[in-house]
Design a protein around this ligand. Sequence first.
Ligand SMILES: N[C@@H](CCC(=O)N[C@@H](CS)C(=O)NCC(=O)O)C(=O)O
Length: 215
Amino acid sequence: MPIRLYYFPTPNGRKVSIALEEMGLDYEIERIDILRDEQSRPDFLAISPNGRIPGLVDEDAHGERVVIFESGAILQYLGRKTGRFYPTGEARRSWVDAWLFWQMAGLGPMTGQVTWFRRASAKPGRDPRDCSFALHRYEKEMRRLYGVLETQLAGRDFICDDYSIADMACWPWVAQHHDYLGRLDQFPNIQAWSDRIQTRPAVLRAMVVGLEGLP
Ligand SMILES: N[C@@H](CCC(=O)N[C@@H](CS)C(=O)NCC(=O)O)C(=O)O
């Protein structure tokens, strides 16, 4: 039975569609339209109690039914399931985990807050000064994190040398840099890394999943 991915085409959703494509797994999509609040549906909350995409159900995991939410946990599960893009040695696996958690706790949330406060400050009737303190704090932290990634990528093709689930977690956020950061001129290593990933056939396939009928 194919893996079922509960999905919307956002950076957190795309981490998983990229992994499924890269790993060559059989999967089907159930689109959860977060623009219509479908993430609050009881049947989806049974899979993702936090009410956020992505969620995943694997009916046929060596005789067990696996139900997971949180994109980082899903990437680790798929890496363990296939033995791909997730090294097995303790030293290298811990290294990949560290960068995966860095994305989950830092790059993703900080970038998300920048986007949220930008939109909020532009809302009709809102005084942009209401958001400026928070926006300044999150933009500064996001730029610092981009600096950390830039340093890590110096002399490396991928975050942990070999292409891994850590790259799959970070790249979909960086791919949208035009929306919240502007050009990557100050981050040439990130630009080169992003160019390397965005032309991978599996990534190109994953980026168009679940777009049908959306504005
Ligand atoms: N830490 C969670 C975050 C998931 C998340 O925030 N998903 C967003 C889409 S990228 C969502 O479902 N938003 C719906 C909402 O905010 O109500 C993960 O990585 O899975």
